[in-house]
Design a protein around this ligand. Structure first.
Ligand code: NAD
Ligand code: MG
Length: 396
């Protein structure tokens, strides 16, 4: 039998979709995991309850105004409270062997980097920090001897498949995409899509930001950039394949023609369990029944109906600060769509306009340190906000 892993863990973004799936797995193997720190954006009550249940030593909320509320909710527990961006970084710095990076968006960058900088095992769910500052992040992780484990299902699949050969023997990396709720819709109907329709993902239950990204296929665009950084792969080495059943998550084609793929149920607890127990395996929460699978189908992605895919690839090819701008503009666009300030096709339109405007201003320098990444990110966000009314007025 494989010896059980015993590790101390910190959960950044503990109250979210990925955070909750991670907690579910920890609950099933409480004797093997000791929780050091947990963080959340705003929900102090839920965070305090979680910290108490898991016996965490430190809990931090992103919103500094919530310090007193969290402190009161933790009173008598002996659990330390923290609030504000510095407290999130402190949570990451605390000595846990393993850190789940599951904060949404570029806000994850500094805390995740703090975990990498001290050489932790970083289970990376957040993709925006690789898109925003991937070169910097991977360089710092390597320098500190950190282990970066991909949680994103497609990248976890590629990571597992890569174990069948050597990196130099890889001909092609494949990540699959469900195609989202609008996969079969004509372009005219996609243009009229509502927030409710975009939030109805056919296979996965996820946080709102990534669910909208899946509908626009920007999620897959971000994932191409993520794969580029995680596996040191060129844009031409990474293929996207639309696979509506979300059973084959990704794989690798080796030079001899062998293709190795990872297959599993569309449940994030599978890749999270792989990372939580890595390099061992733990008992999981779900199993795939092959006899219940009617068929597995594959098709090429459509960049005309889903322009976000084209924009992300172009940003990767342009390099420098273009992916940072792409990510920042997309975060603004998705938030505006969820707030019903813009329509669905305006998301990609705003991202494209922001990329063009940034290129024209010549601010597309590759971020060399986290402050520079944050500065490029902030500039792009204000540019996107400035462009928002003009884009919102566009008729599609
Ligand atoms: P979510 O919205 O459900 O949860 C996000 C978590 O981060 C919550 O705990 C929230 O409180 C916290 N948070 C949000 N904004 C924050 C901020 N500004 N500062 C500090 N904390 C903040 O999101 P999720 O679906 O769990 O996704 C988390 C990350 O994992 C994202 O980057 C997403 O792209 C990635 N991811 C998610 C899935 C999935 O199935 N949900 C799959 C692959 C990758
Ligand atoms: Mg994914």
């Amino acid at each position: 039998a494989v010896a059980p892993v015993e590790r101390s863990v910190t959960l950044l973004g503990a109250t979210g979709s990925i955070g909750s799936s991670t907690v579910d797995l920890i609950r099933r193997a409480r004797d093997r995991y000791r929780v050091e720190a947990v963080t959340a954006a705003k929900n102090a009550a839920a965070l305090a309850a979680l910290a108490r249940e898991l016996g965490a030593r430190f809990a931090a909320v992103a919103d500094p105004a919530l310090y007193d509320e969290l402190k009161t909710a933790l009173s008598g527990s002996g659990i330390e409270a923290g609030a504000g961006p510095e407290a999130l970084v402190e949570a990451a710095r605390r000595p846990a062997d393993w850190v789940m990076a599951a904060i949404t968006g570029a806000a994850s960058l500094k805390p995740t980097l703090a975990a990498a900088d001290r050489g932790a095992i970083v289970a990376l769910a957040n993709k925006e920090c690789l898109v925003c500052a991937g070169t910097l992040f991977m360089r710092r992780a390597a320098a500190a001897g950190a282990t970066v484990l991909p949680v994103d299902s497609e990248h976890n699949a590629v990571f597992q498949s890569l174990a069948s050969g050597r990196r130099a023997e890889v001909a092609r990396i494949i990540i699959t995409a469900s195609g989202g709720p609008f996969r079969t819709w004509p372009i005219e109907r996609i243009r009229q899509a509502t927030v409710e329709e975009a939030l109805k993902h056919p296979n996965w239950s996820m946080g709102p930001k990534i669910t909208i990204d899946s509908a626009s296929m920007m999620n897959k665009g971000l994932e191409i950039i993520e794969a580029h950084h995680l596996f040191a792969a060129g844009a031409d080495e990474i293929d996207v394949l639309v696979h509506p059943q979300s059973i084959v998550h990704g794989g690798v084609e080796f030079v001899d023609g062998s293709m190795v793929a990872q297959i599993g149920p569309p449940d994030m607890r599978v890749p999270i369990a792989h990372c939580l127990a890595w390099p061992a395996r733990m008992a999981g929460a779900t199993r795939l029944s092959f006899d219940k699978l009617a068929s597995l189908t594959f098709e090429a992605p459509d960049e005309v109906r889903f322009p976000a895919l084209r924009l992300a690839k172009a940003a990767l090819t342009t390099g420098q600060g273009a992916p940072t701008v792409l990510n920042a503009a997309n975060e603004i666009a998705v938030a505006a769509f969820l707030d019903r300030k813009i329509g669905f096709p305006h998301i990609a339109a705003l991202v494209e306009a922001t990329l063009d405007a940034s290129a024209a201003r010549g601010v597309l320098r590759e971020p060399a340190d986290p402050d520079e990444a944050v500065a490029v990110d902030h500039t792009a966000r204000s540019l996107a906000r400035d462009l928002l009314p003009e884009i919102a007025a566009k008729a599609f």
